[in-house]
Write a new protein. Structure first.
Length: 631
């Protein structure tokens, strides 16, 4: 097994160090992951479940206070293609954990950004200036928001004051990057949870100037009235016309959710609110919007979380960008996705890699966190998980989702050990974050990581369509900021079930370019560039000793490197461990070159030590021939 980093996006010493160090760990981690195949915890006819590894990884987040949770990002921040973790904090103590790529998990990183003792909500990474490294935006509930630009060597510089972002206190919560004007640079939308009586109720839209600074365009593009208790915005393209629109959710039944449709107006970008026209004007205590294609019909559907009395809504896309609760058979899938709890983030992920996206729902409360008293106030609020098979949902009966109260707000998905099975991290209440590792089974998978060359560097907004050898095609869209205060990995993961091959992967880039790849191996990580380049990052070679095939190795039991697993001797036996005087019998010495004991004389057949090999030596040999040697 070996790693290949031919596709590294930059050449800094900091990134190179992490790539090489991670490569060494991945050799061991991926091999261990392969050995888990067949050891799956089963439920509902063989579906793989999560394993809670929170205690094992011990990611200290100290979520002891604050209002309505704090954000989490699963995005790679150091450029080694391995998923990292970032946690917001109610006292402003941001936590950064670099992924190792194996089962050891993470190593804490200190970016040295200093103290800013305010309640952080969203932590959002993106390549704001297209220089090949990730920059960081942080929203705050009672302070001005922050923007940090990376210098490519592990240093984050606070440029908030000169960034063009508002330095007012607007009770900011969610944020998302998206290149709405397709100029190749990430624009920023910020959701502000303003009370109706607040003087300023507006959310904020910032256009990227291309140099690490922004210009606010909220009023200019028609979004000035998008405020009043907004938790989240989500860039989307529900109608499939190639232009990003914006879905905005709001937390009160009297404030219906918004959907801003981008109008084709030449150089003058304009958005018009049309949620009622497309069926998304849902009026509930809405906490989160989560976009995924649960029915594999290649158009995005929407799941909305809320209070128990509001229901959670699964809005089905009819293929033309109009939504309703019924599927094409007249059924209402949302009936199988109800949770009797105050729901926050919801995340789509195909945890069992059967080719259908499953759904995790985080459940908690809506008051200030007062740890540990809050645990006694809400002792019975487990999260929920729903398995998806052919578009039909079944609730998990695992104790994780039945009896274990986690008190979760923000969640994010990724694959921290690079085994191809999605993992989920919850920024839950308590000392440590919850980490749920996807347990591998016999299903195949393929993962895709995009890099724009004409489009924005992160390829945010790109659509990926994967065509398996058998079964329906699957759609993924690359987002930067999704769900409630969450950011998922930029790796797009596709479960393949029993498909050992695929027909193609097709990428629709924000620029309008379409690339297609028909020669991609499965059970592999692929880095795809907008110029058509495709590189397999960590090529895996299955160990035949773990598959039942002839296992090569040293089969000689007396050899130093004898392998009990070996069934085919490959001539690799070594005997260097016997290299000592005690190891060789009388009259013999150890020969390093031959790795064996040899006679300690220039004439080994002169048995009578006469100096000449004669008939006398032959007689001595014949007398001793066929005798049993002592042990």
């Amino acid at each position: 097994m070996y790693c290949a980093f031919q596709f590294a996006s930059k050449e800094s010493w900091w990134t190179s160090f992490h790539q090489l160090d991670s490569c060494a760990r991945l050799r061991g981690g991926m091999r261990r992951s392969l050995s888990l195949v067949g050891a799956t915890i089963l439920a509902f006819g063989g579906l793989a479940q999560f394993t809670d590894v929170s205690t094992e990884l011990s990611l200290a987040t100290h979520h002891y206070g604050g209002y309505l949770g704090a954000g989490v990002s699963f995005a790679d921040f150091n450029g080694d293609y391995i998923d990292d973790l970032t946690f917001a904090d109610y006292e402003g103590n941001l936590k950064f954990f670099a992924g190792t790529g194996d089962d050891t998990g993470f190593v804490e990183v200190d970016f040295g950004i200093g103290d800013y003792e305010e309640e952080a909500k969203m932590v959002l990474w993106g390549d704001v200036d297209n220089d090949g490294d990730q920059d960081l935006f942080v929203s705050y509930r009672h302070a001005s928001n922050k923007l940090y630009l990376s210098n490519g060597e592990g240093v984050l510089q606070d440029v908030s004051a000169t960034s063009g972002l508002s330095q007012s206190e607007l009770k900011s919560f969610g944020a998302c990057f998206g290149d709405y004007n397709n100029d190749g640079f990430l624009d920023l939308f910020v959701s502000n949870y303003a009370h109706p009586n607040d003087a300023n109720q507006a959310n904020e839209l910032y256009a990227n100037n291309g140099d690490g600074t922004f210009t606010e365009v909220t009023a200019a593009v028609g979004m000035l009235g998008s405020g009043a208790q907004t938790f989240q915005g989500q860039w989307t393209d529900f109608d499939g016309n190639g232009m990003l629109d914006l879905h905005v959710i709001r937390d009160r039944p009297q404030y219906a959710n918004y959907w801003y449709e981008q109008q084709p107006a030449g150089a003058m970008f304009l958005f018009v609110e049309k949620a009622e026209q497309i069926g998304l004007d849902v009026g509930i205590n809405c906490m989160s919007t989560s976009v995924g294609d649960f029915d594999n019909d290649l158009d995005p559907d929407v799941y909305l979380t809320a209070f128990p009395g509001d229901l959670n809504w699964l809005m089905v896309n009819d293929g033309a960008g109009t939504f309703g609760t019924e599927d094409e058979m007249g059924n209402e899938p949302m009936n199988d996705l109800q949770v009797d709890a105050t729901c926050w983030a919801a995340n789509w992920l195909d945890v069992d890699n059967n080719g259908w996206e499953d759904l995790h729902v985080a459940n908690s409360y809506s008051v200030f966190t007062n740890y540990p008293a809050i645990l006694e106030m809400f002792p019975d609020e487990p999260d929920a998980f729903f398995y998806n098979t052919d578009g039909v949902f079944t609730a998990s009966e695992d104790s994780l989702f039945q009896t274990q109260s986690t008190l979760s707000f923000a969640t994010a998905t990724g694959d921290y050990n690079c085994d191809g099975f999605p993992d989920l991290v919850s920024h839950c209440v308590g000392e440590f974050a919850q980490v749920l590792r996807g347990t591998p089974n016999a299903n195949h998978w393929i993962k895709v990581h995009l890099e724009g060359t004409v489009s924005n560097r992160d390829a945010t907004g790109a659509k990926i369509i994967m065509h398996p050898a058998i079964g329906p095609a699957q759609l993924r869209t690359t987002y930067a900021g999704e769900n409630y205060l969450g950011q998922n990995s930029r790796w797009e993961s596709f479960g393949l079930g029993q498909n050992a091959s695929i027909l193609s992967v097709e990428v629709h880039w924000p620029s309008g370019t379409v690339t297609s790849h028909s020669d991609l191996a499965v059970d592999a990580h692929w880095a795809l560039k907008e110029d058509g380049t495709a590189v397999q990052l960590w090529e895996q070679t299955v160990d035949p000793c773990e598959t039942g095939d002839p296992c090569p190795g040293c089969t000689y039991e007396e050899a130093c490197n004898y392998s009990s697993a070996a069934t085919l001797d490959d001539g690799s036996c070594t005997f260097g461990c016997y290299a000592s005087a005690a190891a060789c019998g009388p009259g013999t010495v150890w020969d390093d070159a031959l790795e064996m004991c040899v006679a300690d004389t220039l004439c080994p057949y002169d048995f009578d030590n006469s100096g000449t090999v004669t008939i006398s030596d032959l007689l001595i040999f014949l007398v001793n021939f066929n005798q049993t040697c002592p042990e």
